[in-house]
Design a protein around this ligand. Structure first.
Ligand code: FES
Length: 507
């Protein structure tokens, strides 16, 4: 398995093992936990500055969200400039606007410096309103953008066959192939002497005055600094209450008329749909995304794909559906990412999370911020994106305010279990959480009749997992840990599997 789900993403063919031969008893300047775009970009930047770094990845490079993103590169974000002006002030909003431009520039610099071939293209984007309410939102977005000096131009036409009321063109956006990109960054990192340890689960850390000891599945690793590039770090931290896990769905289609949109596209539905084109084996494919929901909060995740596909087929002349997959991202409670020192720790542990749907941009930006904090002790972004900040949430949309429910799931989940009277109630391909005596269990029946029985209590903080039929995984609604049908951990913050009772066959 090369990705954290049962479905194959359009990027996945490019994933390969990148572990180096390592002596884990050596000392490292910085240990980076997590082999997605955030971890890999940060490791390379620090190694370029003369540090000796190691990337520790629980599965393989690109296993998590970087292998499941749709890899849009935008310098306008899910949290609008208007919203940031309102909640954080105009000067902070201008800095926020600068961050997107900085991130795309960092990607371009890496591509140039290392001669990376990763299908990077600069493109304009259309943002379009489909109804009156969205029209008002668009007006707000454009007004906020103008205040921070970000260019958005009203247009009468868009290159998408979708009826719209109003639209703007946003120049100089882009997209790329995320796995080709981070694979090349890893190769550059290795060339510079960097170490990569795949299939190594980081279970926790011990802080000392001058260094950190990481406890991992392959023994202790010592480093002067640690970066958690895992979305949410293990343990229980302030960030578990200020970030909520979401899943987004993506599909890739060929079109009958070969009339692919030239630009990137986004509507303003809640959650919104997003579009781009990617060449795959010599043929263009339209990638569409949307149907986001909080992880573990959809009764039928397969339905999310059906709704997305129906929506795309309504507007485009679809020939074939080639790929369908989903991936995870985190919503921060006040709309801005958390990049910097991990709250509640001394000075040597860093984190980057809460990127909303802008993971490629904020993951890349994190590499600069964390590099600057570790090497020079300061960054121009350190206050704006501080993981310890307390900011208002009153102005945020219902979609974001729902994040606040994260703390309540713990209680609610204790009653989110079903009773089954006999195993025969479970049909092939079905799964259930049920209570037996005082314990709760997660049971999945394969199409061939094999049962997989696990304890359903998430090892992280004891919420009850829920079934994700689309990715054949058990997902925790509290902080987003995910496990496969055998209980194996796919996504943290849990560092442990679900307790396995047994797989067995019943006629
Ligand atoms: Fe925190 Fe499951 S991820 S309780």
């Amino acid at each position: 398995m090369y990705r954290d789900g049962a479905r194959k993403s359009i990027w996945q063919n490019e994933i390969k093992r990148l572990s180096t031969e390592n002596d884990l008893t050596e000392w490292f300047d910085t240990a980076i936990v997590g082999g997605g775009i955030t971890g890999v970009s940060t490791a390379l930047k620090l190694q370029e500055s003369g540090q000796k770094c190691i990337i520790i990845e629980a599965a393989n490079i690109g296993f998590g969200t970087t292998g499941g993103t749709t890899a849009h590169l935008n310098d306008f974000f899910d949290t609008t400039f208007a919203q940031v002006i309102k909640d954080f002030g105009l000067e902070n909003a201008k800095l926020y606007a600068e961050s997107g431009k900085d991130a795309i520039q960092l990607i371009e610099n890496n591509i140039r410096r290392y001669g990376i071939s990763c299908d990077f293209v600069r493109k304009s984007a259309y943002l379009f309103a489909l109804d009156e309410n969205q029209e008002k939102q668009l007006k707000d977005i454009v007004t906020g953008a103008a205040e921070v000096g970000h260019e958005m131009l009203y247009v009468n036409e868009i290159s998408f066959p979708i009826p719209f009321r109003e639209a703007v063109l946003i120049p100089a956006q882009g997209h790329f192939h995320p796995i080709k990109y981070i694979k090349a960054l890893c190769e550059a990192f290795i060339q510079l002497g960097g170490a990569i340890e795949e299939k190594c689960i980081c279970e926790g850390y011990k802080e000392h005055d001058d260094y950190i000891v990481l406890t991992t599945s392959k023994g202790e690793i010592k480093a002067k600094n640690v970066v958690y590039a895992t979305h949410i770090p293990p343990g229980i931290n302030l960030l578990h209450f200020t970030n909520a896990p979401y899943r987004s769905y993506a599909m890739a289609f060929s079109l009958k008329d070969n009339d692919y949109p030239r630009e990137l596209g986004y509507d303003l539905c809640e959650p919104y749909h997003y579009y781009r084109v990617q060449e795959f084996e010599g043929e263009n494919l339209l990638i569409a995304g949307g149907e986001d929901h909080k992880t573990g909060h959809s009764d039928d995740t397969g339905e999310c794909f059906s709704r997305l596909e129906n929506y795309v087929r309504k507007h485009f002349d679809v020939e074939t559906t080639y790929f369908s997959w989903s991936s995870q991202y985190y919503e921060p409670i006040d709309g801005l990412p958390y990049i910097g020192k991990l709250p509640g720790t001394k000075d040597r542990i860093y984190v980057a999370t809460g990127f909303r749907g802008n993971g490629m941009i904020f993951g890349t930006l994190s590499s600069q911020i964390l590099h600057d904090l570790i090497i020079t002790g300061e960054s121009k972004y350190e206050h704006l994106f501080s993981p310890s900040r307390i900011k208002p949430i009153a102005g945020f949309t219902d979609f974001i305010k729902e994040n606040a429910s994260v703390a309540f799931d713990y209680i609610k989940d204790k009653i989110f279990v079903e009773r089954i009277d006999s195993l025969s109630e479970i049909k092939p391909g079905e799964a259930k959480v049920f209570r037996y005596e005082s314990e709760t269990y997660a049971l999945y029946k394969e199409l061939n009749g094999t049962f997989h029985l696990l304890r359903s209590t998430c090892p992280h903080a004891s919420c009850e997992v829920r079934w994700n039929s689309a990715e054949l995984s058990w997902d925790c609604p509290c902080h987003g840990s995910r496990f496969n049908v055998n209980g194996k951990m796919l996504t943290g913050p849990s560092t442990k599997p679900l307790d396995k009772i047994f797989p067995f066959q019943k006629k």
